[in-house]
Design a binder for this molecule. Structure first.
Ligand code: NAD
Length: 274
């Protein structure tokens, strides 16, 4: 997929020195239709001025890390942002002003951050997903089907595990799994979500959707949805073993977003699952 002129899609990576940023630089190198046009970090980053390719552990790409997305936006078709909620909000404001498409993977977004992304989606395509892996998006489909078939006969608990550096809990993917279950069963997630358990209390409410977040080591991302019924149990599990699965999905989304009309999209739209 290329732009209307047939040129490669020019991608900017924000958070280029981060775990995902460096993986995204490598993923762009592997995608024939995309080219790295800019790499951005925050103003205090030791990575400023470094070559984004060298940072990512590949050959030099001639793209130096800069501190301000606004300076490079005129030469960019899509911004791929895996940073922090505050940075994502700022980048969404800049993209809205410039009418540049975005692919956003940052999790733990607050209301103001979501509002900035909604405003940006009025001006250009904005793809957001708590998880850009194809496998997780398939797992979400299976979770919806299981919830629809099992209905209120199942007690549903969601367990996730991530590396020790992750700061938000539960993960955005676990929350999305909870939303999918709640939608299928006509429940209000904010009302029925039960986060962890400790001490004595009432027995489990039948409508509860439980969340349990494990942190440790270098786990890239494990998610299980447990449907516990009388006499049987179904578990739908996805395990990511390499960040490249998220990065290649996000770059696929970038190539797609570059040629879409303004609007807010999810990974289902990119994958044609809608
Ligand atoms: P990380 O801390 O390794 O990387 C974040 C990077 O953003 C850092 O290099 C940081 O310096 C940079 N940054 C912070 N403020 C910035 C600013 N103002 N401008 C430019 N850069 C800035 O974290 P990570 O593991 O790469 O994860 C980043 C985010 O992506 C997290 O929210 C994580 O949960 C999410 N994530 C999403 C998916 C998905 O598929 N949607 C997958 C993995 C991670």
């Amino acid at each position: 997929m290329t732009t209307e002129t047939g040129a490669q899609v020019r991608v900017a990576i924000t958070g280029a020195a981060g775990r995902m940023g460096r993986t995204l630089v490598r993923a762009i190198g592997a995608h024939a239709d995309c080219i790295l046009a800019a790499a951005v970090e925050h103003g205090e980053s030791p990575a400023l001025g470094a070559d984004a390719g060298i940072l990512a552990g590949v050959d030099a790409l001639g793209v130096a890390v800069v501190a301000d997305l606004g300076d490079v936006l005129p030469g960019v078709d899509v911004v791929v942002d895996f940073t922090t909620p505050e940075a994502t909000r700022r980048h969404a404001e800049l993209c809205a002003e410039a009418g540049v498409a975005m692919v956003v993977g940052t999790t733990g977004l607050g209301e103001a951050d979501e509002a900035a992304l909604a405003a940006a989606s009025q001006k250009a395509a904005v793809v957001t997903a708590p998880n850009f892996s194809v496998g997780v998006n398939l797992a979400l489909r299976l979770v919806r089907l299981a919830a629809e078939v099992l209905g209120d006969t199942a007690d549903i608990e969601i367990i996730e595990m991530h590396h020790r550096h992750k700061v938000d809990a539960p993960s955005g993917t676990a929350l999305r799994m909870g939303e999918v279950v709640a939608e299928a069963l006509d429940r209000e997630l904010e009302v029925v979500a039960a986060h962890g358990r400790r001490g004595r209390g009432d027995p489990r409410a039948g409508s509860a959707i439980g969340f349990h977040a494990l942190r440790g080591g270098d786990v890239v991302g494990d998610h299980s949805v447990v449907f516990a019924c009388e006499g049987e149990r179904i578990e739908i599990t996805h395990k990511a073993s390499d960040r490249m699965t998220f990065a290649s999905g996000a770059v696929r989304a970038a190539a797609w977003a570059a040629v879409q009309a303004p609007g807010a999209y999810g990974m289902e739209a990119v994958l044609g699952l809608d």
